[in-house]
Unconditional design. Structure first.
Lengths: 393, 105
């Protein structure tokens, strides 16, 4: 046999082997969706992720190292990692009351430290540096990003168990947000100087909704006005998706962004259920993908060209996979019971996010603390929203 | 003993280009390289994928480079190695069924 013929046979064998193997790879990493999320119990994955986060809050050295790594890239992640963890622990506590005492202790520690840092260092401590270079349109400067997430942390904690000291703190935040929205000519508040975010508005309105539930207040008119305004002025016409960011006058700064939309759709579930489902379905159609059994998400729809940024994370070319959007897609998939998509996302997570397990604790090396906390939230969400929607105490 | 080991290693290393043995040899080398990267803890540095540095001491660029090395070796192990083994198997079967006179070096 000639050398050329032998090489030709080997090349053909490589092509056949590739065609055989690639469609099968996902089976190596595939697990039932229930290993990630269970609607009535805490899934094994959620327990492992929670164990890692509780370790971070009991081991100061470990936490310091993790925070340093994240803050070197983005101070926001430090803050959001706290928020997602508190919201997750609230859901876990409601789903598994045996975990409540330890979880409440951690939630209180996080909330108190976060508020202390905000007061000591100012709002810019948890913001990216450009928050310091321009001045806010509305003075005195406040960031809806900070107010909304702290309010939702306080409300989530109180949904698990009442803490009188937090009642006043929550009322103050809710009043600041509600008054600010009502005073704003366009019902919009800044997170950064003249930069308003859909994500932050939906989180803040969710916090108000929880506060209404807890304290028998009524901001339903404000919420419905805001939703009506958003449907009318903040929707990207080509895709029907909500835009991610805009000025205080409602002029779009970014188009629809995956790292925003999955969470926005979930937040809308307690604000306007039909609109929430509509946004999820559109986001899923425009941004969600499954290829050879692996699920992932784009940051932008085809009708909008945006750059990779700190929210999207680096975008893998050709397939346009965004780490940020793919991570947040877990929240959408679990919130809307999209089991097939969740299973494919979970397969990708085990394939390409490099899980590392130690003593019952799990972290994803390709992620970071905020990424893992968002995954933990996706793996535990449900009980808080159910309580509000069903009017349960 | 030393000569014997050296011979065996040399035999392993020498193979015709793209012969089944060559494919297996490459698969083994990839697995070994990945094993070394894994043992040295390079998995931790894959956080560059979300823009987070793997180590503040090493800095973002060096951490990202280590993460990228791990990433390439990992995907080579998970995607390429089974393909190389399968291709070696298929090529060997072809040679066997066609009673090739070429030795599977």
């Amino acid at each position: 046999m000639t050398q050329g013929r032998r090489i030709g046979i080997s090349l053909l064998a490589l092509v056949i082997a590739t065609a055989l193997w690639l469609p099968l790879v996902h089976l190596v990493f595939s697990k039932p969706a229930s290993s990630f999320f269970q609607p009535t119990a805490v899934s094994p994955r959620a327990r492992e992720l929670a164990a890692r986060h509780l370790q971070l809050w009991t081991d100061p050295k470990l936490r310091e190292r993790e925070l340093q790594r994240m803050r070197a890239s983005n101070a926001e992640w430090d803050f959001m990692g706290r928020s997602f963890l508190v919201w997750s622990l609230a859901n876990i506590s409601l789903r598994d009351p045996a975990t409540r005492p330890g979880n409440l202790e951690t939630m209180d520690r996080i909330i108190e430290e976060t508020i202390r840092l905000e007061q000591q260092e100012g709002i810019t401590f948890f913001l990216m540096s450009y928050a310091k270079t321009n001045s806010y349109v509305v003075q005195p400067a406040r960031s809806l990003f900070i107010d909304g997430e702290i309010a939702l942390m306080l409300a989530a904690r109180r949904m698990v168990e009442e803490k009188p000291e937090y009642k006043e703190l929550l009322t103050q935040r809710v009043n600041v947000i509600a008054d600010g929205l009502q005073r704003s000519p366009h019902l919009l508040l800044e997170s950064y100087p003249n930069e308003c975010w859909m994500f932050d508005h939906c989180i803040a309105l969710s916090a108000i909704r929880l506060a209404d539930h807890l304290d028998a207040t009524d901001h339903s008119q404000l919420i419905s006005h805001w939703i009506a305004m958003a449907k009318q002025t903040l929707v990207h016409p080509e895709s029907g998706l909500l835009t991610a960011s805009f000025t205080t006058k409602g002029k779009p700064l970014d188009g629809p962004e995956g790292s925003t939309l999955w969470m926005v759709a979930h937040s809308l579930q307690i604000l306007d259920e039909d609109f929430a489902r509509d946004q999820y379905q559109r986001t899923r159609k425009e941004l969600g993908e499954t290829l050879l059994g692996f699920g992932y998400a784009h940051e932008w729809p085809r009708s909008w060209h945006g750059p990779a940024d700190v929210d999207s994370g680096p975008i893998i070319p050709v397939l346009n996979i965004s780490a940020g959007s793919s991570g947040m897609a877990f929240i959408g998939a679990t919130a809307f019971g999209d089991e097939a998509y969740l299973k494919s996302l979970s397969t990708t997570l085990d394939f390409a996010a490099f899980p590392k397990r130690k003593s019952g604790a799990l972290k994803y090396c390709a992620s970071n603390q905020v990424g893992d906390a968002a995954l933990l939230y996706a793996a535990t969400l449900g009980p808080l929203w159910e309580k509000v929607n069903k009017g349960l105490q | 003993m030393k000569t014997n080991l050296a011979n065996r290693f040399w035999n392993f290393c020498s193979a015709d280009f793209l012969s089944p043995k060559d494919l297996i040899r490459h698969a083994v080398l990839i697995v070994l390289a990945f094993g070394v990267a894994h043992a040295f803890g390079l998995r931790e540095y894959t956080s560059f994928l979300n823009g987070t540095t793997g180590s503040t001491e090493l800095g973002y660029e060096l951490s990202a480079l280590l993460g990228l090395i791990y990433l390439l070796l990992y995907f080579a192990t998970v995607l390429l190695v089974p393909i190389l083994f399968l291709a070696a198997l298929l090529a060997s079967l072809w040679h066997k069924f066609h009673k090739s006179n070429l030795p599977l070096k």
